[in-house]
Design a protein around this ligand. Structure first.
Ligand code: ADP
Length: 391
């Protein structure tokens, strides 16, 4: 096993205006499961391919353990890759597909037998070793591809969207299988995905890229709760965080957030945690609030300083909870537009606000409701840079 260090890693393709990977530095710990995530085209695969040695490095360095590997051939890097297309050989048995890299390396037959048996046991493929890939389900094929990676006992696994060919249910199952396999084997793993749910559920840490630039690298919980900028805030979480233009008004105990015609009071605890907000008095900022931090207010709460009125648009009852699309009097800060959201009508002059209510909610389309914002969990961003206002 080994750590993987990316030092100012950069890739410029000929003819590209932006760098595909731009000065990325990451230290992946020995045994860590790191997820590289970001929208399509942000440079994830290019970064992974440079680590694998399949793409030339324009600038910067890759270290595997204490070995500088920029010029080391892929097959000498002690890595194993798993791709989205499993690249299994259709005419070969499952056994031979798994054994293939060991046969190429001319490993003694009894050692190959031992390793394939071990991989088949770990991946629950023992009953299928004689079958051809065509006689397996999608999930089993994906496990064979994993088997081929693990028999080599590499220092590092590199996985590029390995689950994207599977249907939704199987993806959820394989997500858990890969995470538990990585936990058991303890092999340093770098996993590329565009799916923020995979990022949040699988890795020890998540590295989020945008236009080749590393935005944030942290635990899933910190990425979710303490996004460094509006891009990370909007990318992670589904439904996405609501973001609005706002102005800070008043001072001290009277400090509040002006959201459209509402003045939402800021709790003392928030002011204490973000003393820097004082510098933004009178200035435009962006505030963010996650759907689960917006609840239906009861009668006793209506009219208090953290409640606002909203028009109910679409109601999506999911069983476990209810996603409610509201129209509120505020100006949305559109960081990431989503086609599907745009189709949902919001009353003229209002901005969309998505809330997650409990399953008990009985709100209906067209109703006017009072909602309560959990102001202790609001996010505050600089209106010009989009960076979070931390201190
Ligand atoms: P991701 O994996 O995040 O979807 P990629 O790493 O595949 O992104 O691509 C990053 C950027 O580099 C994109 O703008 C893409 O168009 C560009 N790119 C990828 N491969 C090549 C190539 N072989 N030649 C030129 N540009 C490329």
């Amino acid at each position: 096993m080994a750590s993987v260090t990316l030092q100012n890693l950069t890739k410029a393709y000929a003819g590209g205006t932006l760098k595909a990977v731009d000065n990325v530095s990451i230290e992946v710990q020995d045994g860590e499961f790191l997820v590289l995530v970001g929208p399509s085209g942000c440079g994830k695969s290019t970064a992974l391919r440079m680590i694998a040695g399949l793409e030339e490095i324009t600038d910067g360095a890759v270290w595997i353990g204490d070995q500088f590997v920029n010029d080391v051939h892929p097959k000498d890097r002690d890595i194993a890759m798993v791709f989205q297309s499993y690249a299994l050989y259709p005419h070969m048995s499952v056994y031979d597909n798994i054994a293939f890299p060991l046969q190429i390396a001319r490993m003694p037959k009894d050692e190959i037998d031992k390793r394939v048996a071990e991989a088949a046991r770990v991946l629950e493929l023992e009953a299928y070793l004689k079958r051809r890939p065509g006689q397996l389900s999608g999930g089993q094929r994906q496990r064979v591809a994993m088997g081929r990676a693990i028999v080599r006992k590499p220092s590092v696994f590199l996985m590029d969207e390995p689950l994207s060919n599977l249907d939704a249910k199987l993806r959820v199952q394989m997500r858990a299988e890969i995470a538990s396999l990585q936990y058991r084997l303890g092999v340093t793993t770098i996993y590329v995905t565009h799916d923020q749910v995979e990022a949040m559920t699988m890795g020890h840490r998540v590295a989020l890229l945008k236009d080749g630039v590393l935005q944030q690298i942290d635990t899933p919980s910190n990425i979710y709760n303490k996004p460094v900028n509006t891009f990370v805030a909007a990318f992670i979480g589904a439904p996405t965080m609501n973001l609005y233009w706002a102005t800070l008004e008043g001072q001290g105990d009277g400090l509040g957030v002006r959201l459209g015609s509402h003045l939402v009071k800021m709790p003392a605890q928030v002011r204490a945690e973000h003393p820097g907000l004082g510098r933004y008095a009178g200035k435009r900022i962006i505030v963010g609030i996650r759907p689960e931090d917006i609840t239906e207010a009861d009668d006793s709460q209506a009219g208090t300083a953290d409640c606002i009125t909203a028009e109910v648009g679409l109601v999506e009852a999911l069983g476990s909870d209810v996603i409610v699309h509201l129209g509120i009097d505020a100006q949305a800060a559109d960081i990431r537009s989503s086609d599907s959201l745009d189709e949902i009508k919001v009353e003229e002059g209002k901005s969309r606000c998505v809330a997650r209510f409990t399953a008990k909610s009985s709100v209906r389309l067209g109703q006017t409701v009072t909602v309560r914002l959990d102001t202790s969990r609001m996010h505050y961003f600089d209106g010009e840079t989009g960076l979070t206002i931390l201190d």
